[in-house]
Design a protein around this ligand. Structure first.
Ligand SMILES: Nc1ncnc2c1ncn2[C@@H]1O[C@H](COP(=O)(O)OP(=O)(O)OP(=O)(O)O)[C@@H](O)[C@H]1O
Length: 248
């Protein structure tokens, strides 16, 4: 279980996270928020790539700063920028990533086959990544995150730019991975999270505006509607008032 306590982070005086506290439990948690809300900052802190100014991230009660490598082994991350090597085959890419994750050399072959099977890419493992579709590339990135069987998986915009069929596929994949793991998915594609999230966190201006299971949030903010309507209710008010100010 991952716990964030009162996380604050500023960039040169600009407050990006303003006292964020939350609990991540097994299952899918969706992280939603408009541009600039602080999602990437939060993910960078969770993945131990950025230090908060104050506050603490605890994994099973232990501060992640103290866990170092042991924490990294528990963690799989798929960043938004797809830094894939087009000339590599899927197999070479996964083997390379497995070596970076310090998976023992004797286990790498089996681990590559296992994770490719999970994302349904076994038949395409020896093709060049340059020949993969957008959806296949995303599934390869998911396989990379699952190498070494981490308990905690963090995905940044995993369905962005995918066609509807691949979106459904990736969604189902995330839901199946979350049966035994803690999965955090940051996205702007609200319907993609609504059907699979056990919990949703709505972040605005570095603060949690609301959180809870999708059906609870819908009941509270937009009875009978969808999570997308909740998102609009909570976030578009600010857009409207900003526009009104501009017009004045
Ligand atoms: N390296 C940085 N230096 C200065 N300001 C930054 C830096 N990174 C983020 N910020 C600012 O911090 C705030 C939060 O940014 P962040 O990237 O975490 O938001 P986000 O929710 O991930 O946005 P997006 O959805 O656009 O990716 C924004 O106002 C952003 O401009």
């Amino acid at each position: 279980m991952l716990k964030l306590c009162e996380i604050r982070k500023s960039y040169r005086g600009h407050l990006a996270l303003d006292g964020v506290s939350l609990l991540l439990q097994p299952g899918v948690t969706g992280l939603l928020g408009p541009n600039g809300a602080g999602k990437s900052t939060l993910m960078n802190i969770l993945t131990d790539n950025l230090l908060p100014d104050s506050g603490e991230v605890l994994f099973d009660g232990i501060p992640i700063r103290r866990m170092g490598k042991a924490y990294r082994r528990l963690l799989g991350f798929t960043p938004q920028q797809q830094g894939l090597y087009d000339d590599f085959t899927g197999r070479r890419f996964l083997s390379y990533m497995a070596a970076l994750k310090e998976i023992p050399r004797k286990d790498i072959g089996g681990e590559v086959e296992r994770t490719a099977g999970l994302v349904n890419l076994s038949a395409e493992l020896d093709q060049r990544i340059g020949a993969y579709s957008g959806g296949m590339k995303q599934r390869l990135l998911i396989a990379q995150a699952v190498l070494g069987d981490p308990r905690l998986l963090i995905f940044d915009e995993p369905t962005a730019g995918l066609d509807p069929r691949e979106r459904v596929r990736v969604r189902q994949l995330l839901a199946s991975l979350a049966q035994e793991r803690t999965v955090l998915v940051a996205t702007h594609v609200v319907p993609d999270i609504e059907s699979i999230a056990d919990n949703v966190i709505l972040l605005k201006s570095g603060r949690i505006t609301a959180s809870g299971p999708p059906e609870e949030l819908i009941g509270r903010y937009a009875p009978g509607a969808t999570l997308e309507t909740v998102y609009m209710q909570l976030f578009d008010k600010e857009v409207e008032s900003e526009c009104a100010q501009t017009e004045e």
